[in-house]
Design a protein around this ligand. Structure first.
Ligand code: ATR
Length: 515
């Protein structure tokens, strides 16, 4: 179930939220603590419960400030309100066949008012969600905490554990705990590292996942929540289940990557029961465990992990065991580029690495200039992105000039790749102009200069385009950098970063479709 948490401070506002996302959620959570006092009282007086909250399962939640909510008043008053609300409406709602849940924290079992709220609810057929929040950390043994939550109240209560996930290690423990569940637990990993628990809830056999209305001005109700429509449409939540194949992207940060939208849509087109999840990752060893636990079939890899992941495949032992020449060639490419952006995993757990950045870079360029042999190309930048670009260009027979702000990085790249073809280095300074003029069939910009928010910057301001060059810009936000605009105005053919992104993503999708 996608549970939509209503965060407006009036009932009318909540009803507007419901209208905004209608069709994209399966349950509603009424956050009573976020309502204004008079609106809360309105619910008690009203006699009838709002119609929009009477059609699908509804969770009544009145959260304290200490649990991330908006209530900083008296605890007994809060619990008494819940008792009164349930007594007023639950009999009618449950009698009409509606599922009603009441969220109560585990510590309130020690209070008379807390027990009374639970007893009243149960007597009307309302199910109790027994919750615990930790905004600091993930417990050492989340399964034990879930067992405590199951046991602390009455029989049949639904345990809910919402904890801050500090890194990949915490996520591994949460996922292990989920695997022990019976389909009636709620586990929420808060913060970026916990994001996978939100979209993988059906795969993990969890009862529901919360989503919220980011457009409400308050931002997400809890750290990491996304809106119900993205859950339903991007992550295809409702068609996912325990047998859904898991793919994803590792990086740090990675939640703003465009890859999930691309690959999930691709799975949708293929009619494949699979989901693609961003995994912010701070620990690759822990992530290897997660790959096993979730039986992850394929991965995209981005900054800062591309180099480390390449090491998984380029070690001497791995190379010695390679079966086919094609695999050997792939590994030598990984070793030369020193970066891996694609991993697939077969049913026996064997990993295969590839780099689709090289072919993904070349494809749009070759559609403009089919023969790069002996063409002069200037590459601006000598970082990680430049390596895949320069490798591809040299393999295609181009003469390459690498220009970099820090000259020695350009020189060391040129030295390393000299064995592959014709390559020279220079400083990113006007004094390199004569060399650029000898390498201006294509100009490739691989640095972050010109990227948002610094969109006025132009790393090659000292060069005037003749109009005959192909300008290839790796930056895709903004879609038209100052450099690209300048080249276009001079009559050049241009390739934007979007094209390279799509080309490498399509190549990845083809690999993912094989596993
Ligand atoms: P990536 O993997 O994205 O290429 P990187 O390895 O950190 O990232 O490389 C960044 C590239 O952008 C480098 O070529 C860097 O130049 P330096 O080696 O001199 O640092 C280049 N770069 C970043 N900011 C720059 C700036 N303001 N002006 C010129 N080049 C810049």
């Amino acid at each position: 179930m996608i549970c939509f948490t209503l965060s407006a401070d009036t009932l009318h506002g909540m009803s507007t939220q419901v209208d905004r996302y209608r069709g994209h959620f399966d349950a509603l959570e009424l956050r009573l603590d976020l309502l204004r006092q008079n609106e809360r009282e309105e619910l008690l007086r009203g006699g009838t419960f709002p119609a929009w909250a009477s059609e699908i399962p509804v969770i009544l939640t009145f959260r304290r400030e200490s649990d991330g909510g908006g209530w900083n008043g008296d605890n007994t008053e809060r619990l008494n309100f819940l008792t009164a609300l349930v007594a007023e409406h639950a009999g009618h709602l449950v009698g009409e066949g509606q599922k009603v849940f009441l969220d109560l924290e585990d510590d309130v079992v020690a209070l008379d008012a807390g027990r009374k709220a639970a007893d009243t609810a149960t007597s009307y057929g309302v199910q109790i969600i027994r919750s615990r929040h930790d905004f600091e950390r993930t417990p050492e043994d989340p399964a034990a905490t879930l067992a405590e939550l199951r046991a602390c109240g009455g029989p049949g209560e639904i345990p809910k554990l919402a904890v801050h996930v500090r890194g990949s290690r915490d996520l591994v423990r949460l996922v292990r705990a989920a695997a022990l569940g019976d389909g009636r637990a709620i586990i929420v990993g808060m913060g970026p590292y916990g994001f996978p628990t939100r979209v993988l809830a059906p795969r993990l056999g969890l009862l529901l996942s919360y989503s919220s209305d980011a457009g409400q001005g308050r931002g997400p109700v809890a750290p990491g929540q996304i809106d119900p429509q993205s859950m339903a449409e991007v992550y295809r939540y409702r068609s996912a289940g325990p047998t859904t194949a898991v793919f994803g992207i590792i990086g740090n940060p990675v939640l703003h990557s465009r890859s999930p939208a691309f690959h999930n849509a691709e799975f949708g087109r293929q009619g494949r029961n699979a989901v693609y999840v961003p995994f912010p990752t701070d620990d690759l060893t822990a992530f290897r465990e997660l790959m096993e636990l979730l039986d992850i079939r394929g991965l995209s890899v981005t900054i800062p992990h591309k180099e480390m992941v390449a090491d998984w495949f380029t070690g001497a032992a791995v190379q010695a065991a390679l079966p086919a020449p094609a695999a050997a060639e792939r590994v030598s490419e990984l070793a030369a580029v020193g970066a891996c952006n694609t991993v697939t995993r077969d049913t026996r757990g064997n990993l295969f690495g590839a780099n689709t950045d090289v072919a993904g870079f070349l494809e749009p360029l070759l559609s403009r200039l089919p023969d790069l042999n002996n063409r002069g190309v200037t590459v601006v930048g000598a970082g990680g992105a430049a390596r895949a670009v320069v490798y591809g260009l040299l393999k295609a027979g181009a003469r390459v000039l690498v220009l970099n702000r820090t000259l020695h990085r350009a020189e060391s790249l040129a030295g390393e790749y000299a064995i592959l073809g014709k390559i020279t280095a220079g400083a990113l300074e006007p004094e390199s102009l004569p060399a650029v003029i000898l390498h201006n069939d294509v100009i490739v910009q691989t640095t972050s200069v010109g990227m948002k928010p610094d969109t006025d910057a132009d790393p090659l301001a000292f060069y005037t385009f003749a109009g005959t060059e192909v300008l290839y810009e790796i930056v895709y936000a903004p879609p038209r950098t100052r450099l690209l605009a300048r080249a276009e105005e001079a009559g050049c053919r241009v390739v934007g970063g979007e094209e390279m992104f799509l080309a490498q993503a399509k190549l990845q999708a083809a690999m993912f479709s094989q596993v």
